[in-house]
Design a protein around this ligand. Structure first.
Ligand code: NDP
Ligand code: 8X3
Length: 272
C-alpha cells in the first residue's frame, strides 16, 4: 500500500541540481525511499558524474527489490549557460516531461571581506547560485507552462544567509538574497497558473559546504561544527519531499529551518 505522499508523487519526473553531495544527494535518496514503487524518474545532475553514478547504485539498493524508480545521472554545470540551455533537449525523451525542479546546486568560497574578495570567487558564486538557478528555472518552466494551464513545482534552496547577511559572507549572502528575491517574484508572476514556487532556507547543515568554503581545508571546515550539532542533509531532504508531496492546492512557500542551537546567521550556542 502507498502512502498519500507516495501517491501524489506517482509517475513524477524530478530534476535535482547538485545531487552529487550533501542536501541534493540526500534529497534524491529521500524521494526514492518515499515512493519506491510509484514510477518516479529522477534526473540527478552535478559536475561530478562518478558520484552521481554511485548515487544511482545507492538508490537502487535503498529502494529495494521490486522498486521502479528510474535514475538518470546527468553531468551538468549550472554555471555554464550553454550547458543549461541545452539541458532539456539533451535528456532522453522519457525524462523530458519534468514535474519538479529542485534548484539546490550552490556553493560558498572563502570568508574574505571587501576589498579583499577574490574576483574569481565572486564570479563563481554568482554564476552558480544566482545565474545558474535562474537559467535552470527558465529552461524548465516552459514545460510546466505547456501543461494544462501550468503545473509543476520549483523548490529553491536558499539560506538563512539570504535573510541575515554576515561579515565575511558578503557575496554568498548577496547571492542567497538574490535567490529569495527571484523566488518571490516568480511566485507572483505565476499566480494565474498551478505552478508552485517554494523556498527552503536552512541554517547550519553539515555537508561538503564548509570544505568548499575553505578550499578543501577539512580542519577549518570541522571547526565550524565543533561544539554544536548541525542539521544533517537528510533533515533538509525530508522537508523538500514534504513540500513536493503536499496536496496540489497547498503551497509551502517559505521555510526557515535551524538546528536547535541556532537562532540566526552566526547566532549559535556552542558548548565550550
Ligand atoms: P555540498 O557542497 O555538499 O553540495 C553542493 C552541491 O552543489 C554538490 O552536489 C555540487 O556538485 C553542486 N554544485 C556546485 N557547483 C555546481 C555547478 N557549477 N554545477 C552543478 N552543480 C554544482 O553543499 P550543500 O549540500 O550544503 O549545499 C546545497 C545547497 O544548500 C547550496 O545551494 C547551499 O548554498 C545551500 N545551503 C547549505 C547550507 C549548509 O550549511 N550546508 C545552509 C543553507 C543553504 P559538483 O561539485 O559535483 O558539481
Ligand atoms: C549556509 C549557512 O550561515 O553558513 O548557507 O551561510 S551559513
Amino acid at each position: 500500500m502507498s502512502s498519500a505522499v507516495a501517491k501524489r508523487l506517482e509517475g513524477k519526473t524530478i530534476v535535482i541540481t547538485g545531487a552529487s553531495s550533501g542536501i541534493g544527494r540526500s534529497t534524491a535518496l529521500e524521494f526514492a525511499r518515499t515512493a519506491p514503487r510509484n514510477g518516479l524518474k529522477l534526473v540527478l545532475t552535478a559536475r561530478r558524474i562518478d558520484a552521481l553514478r554511485q548515487l544511482a547504485e545507492d538508490i537502487a539498493s535503498e529502494a529495494g527489490p521490486g522498486n521502479n524508480v528510474r535514475v538518470l545521472p546527468f553531468r551538468l554545470d549550472v554555471s555554464n549557460p550553454d550547458e543549461v540551455r541545452g539541458f532539456v533537449a539533451a535528456l532522453p525523451e522519457e525524462f523530458r516531461d519534468i514535474d519538479i525542479l529542485v534548484n539546490n546546486a550552490g556553493l560558498v568560497k572563502g570568508v574574505a571581506r571587501a576589498p579583499e574578495i577574490a574576483e574569481v570567487d565572486i564570479n563563481i558564486m554568482f554564476a552558480t547560485n544566482v545565474t545558474g538557478l535562474i537559467n535552470m528555472t527558465q529552461a524548465v518552466l516552459p514545460i510546466f507552462l505547456a501543461r494544462d494551464g501550468g503545473r509543476g513545482d520549483i523548490i529553491n534552496i536558499g539560506s538563512i544567509a539570504g535573510r541575515e547577511p554576515y561579515p565575511g559572507g558578503g557575496i554568498y549572502c548577496a547571492t542567497k538574497a538574490a535567490v529569495r528575491s527571484f523566488t518571490d517574484s516568480l511566485r507572483k508572476e505565476l499566480i494565474a497558473t498551478r505552478v508552485r514556487i517554494a523556498e527552503i532556507d536552512p541554517g547550519q547543515v553539515e555537508t561538503e559546504f564548509s570544505i568548499v568554503r575553505f578550499y578543501g581545508d577539512k580542519a577549518k571546515a570541522d571547526a565550524v561544527y565543533a561544539g554544536c550539532e548541525p542539521l544533517t542533509p537528510e533533515d533538509i531532504a525530508e522537508i523538500v519531499v514534504f513540500v513536493a508531496g503536499r496536496r496540489e492546492n497547498v503551497v509551502v512557500a517559505d521555510t526557515l529551518v535551524f538546528p536547535n542551537h541556532q537562532a540566526g546567521a552566526g547566532i549559535l550556542h556552542k558548548k565550550t
